[in-house]
Design a protein around this ligand. Structure first.
Ligand SMILES: Cc1ncc(COP(=O)(O)O)c(C=O)c1O
Length: 390
């Protein structure tokens, strides 16, 4: 048997994440400033960590219900009602997942049959395409452009609908661009979904990280709760990436299908993380606001700084990323990122990692200290001066 044949065609066809290559390189270097990793530089707030410690002290070290702790689902139902006016039954319409990462996988596998198409904005988060392929679906990119601040348009979605289209996936506030959708356009997308009887997977993991604009939760729009799988979690807003807690909210039939997969693959999310998440929902609100205010400060400095050094940058209103254009250097986004890392020791992620429409841009994460951001901007300024082509 040839070695190649050991691995399934589906897995062979998936390319490894472009982000990983840079982090392998980065790990072998010293004095690098990383604007690469998409995670908060804050430690999980103390009271939330304490809840995790308490769970261990009390000996809560068991499995939970496949759906997750009922207390957490109840807190979540209150939270979604208070924040977005959403009504989910904690018994049957909420599922606690191992991060939003698992939620994306479960949602795809629960709804896609082989050959079903899913429409996804380009650029978008790196896991959307591989999860589609692993579920046997067909990933159909919907281009977005800097001219539209990377917001996906209902008419561009509708144009790509075929008889095989099953769902639309929206990931806003967006990774990698920082774009936030306007309510008006979301209403139009909701109408498209209803007109063509499509489901929508809405990844709202950055819902709390918005600056001067409002995030509209897709299932809160009229007629959308029943056709939306809402995915969100604790990683970004509460600085809890390592706890691996996310959730899915949807109609009973869909949640039941997702639980079917989850119970055989994950069984349940870790109990300590679930107990910490209860505390986050109960008392973490102020801490989220403090972190958001800090990100906002850094966001403004980074956007201004990038524009000043000649990397044109539209104003991102959400998440914690800027997505400047690197066209003035004439380099591809891969070359730009690799050379910047090797020559001036700043790590950014090539825009092409997130889809074809990401080419010509790099992703810079500002969830890092102001001092590091300022030093990174200095270094990038020197790099751009040396490589300016136009
Ligand atoms: C858009 C988006 N969705 C999902 C995830 C995964 O989040 P989690 O840590 O909850 O698995 C990320 C992480 O970067 C993300 O950016």
């Amino acid at each position: 048997m040839k070695k190649r044949d050991l691995i399934s065609k589906r897995v062979r066809d998936i390319s490894p994440s472009g982000i990983r290559k840079f982090f392998d390189l980065l790990a072998s270097m010293e004095d690098v400033i990383s604007l690469g990793v998409g995670e908060p530089d804050f430690v999980t707030p103390w009271n939330i960590r304490e809840a995790g410690i308490y769970s261990l002290e009390k000996g809560y070290t068991t499995y939970t219900s496949n759906y997750g702790l009922l207390e957490l689902r109840e807190e979540l139902a209150h939270y979604l009602k208070a924040r977005y006016g959403l009504d989910y039954d904690p018994q049957s319409e909420l599922l606690i997942t191992v991060g939003v990462s698992e939620g994306v996988d479960l949602a795809m596998r629960a709804i896609l049959d082989p050959g079903d198409e899913i429409l996804v904005h380009d650029p978008g988060y790196v896991s959307y395409m591989p999860c589609t392929i692993l579920a046997g679906g067909i990933f159909v990119p919907v281009p977005t452009t800097i001219e539209d601040d990377f917001k996906v348009k209902a008419k561009d979605i509708e144009r790509r609908i075929t008889p095989r289209t099953k769902a639309i996936l929206l990931g806003y506030p967006n990774n990698p661009t920082g774009a936030v959708m306007d309510r008006e356009e979301l209403v139009k997308i909701a109408e498209v979904a209803q007109r063509h009887n499509l489901l929508v997977i809405s990844d709202e993991v950055y819902d709390r990280l918005v600056y001067g604009v409002e995030h509209t939760s897709l299932p809160s729009l009229p007629g959308m709760k029943e056709r939306t799988i809402l995915l969100s979690g604790f990683s970004k807003a509460y600085a809890m990436t390592g706890w691996r807690i996310g959730y899915a909210a949807a109609g009973e039939e869909i949640i039941e299908a997702m639980v079917k997969i989850h119970q055989y693959t994950m069984l349940c999310a870790p109990i300590m993380g679930q107990m910490a998440a209860i505390e986050a929902l109960k008392t973490g609100g102020t801490q989220v606001e403090e972190m958001v205010a800090e990100y906002d400060k850094r966001r403004r400095i980074m956007v201004q700084g990038l524009n000043d050094i000649g990397l044109t940058c539209f104003e991102p209103r959400g998440a914690f990323y800027t997505f400047p254009s690197i066209k003035s250097t004439g380099l591809s986004s891969e070359d730009f990122a690799e050379r910047l890392l090797l020559e001036d020791k700043v790590a950014v992620v090539p825009g092409s990692t997130f889809g074809q429409c990401g080419e010509g841009h790099v992703r810079c994460c500002y969830a890092t200290s102001l001092a590091e951001i300022e030093e990174a901007l200095e270094r990038m300024g020197r790099f751009v001066k040396r490589h300016r082509s136009i």
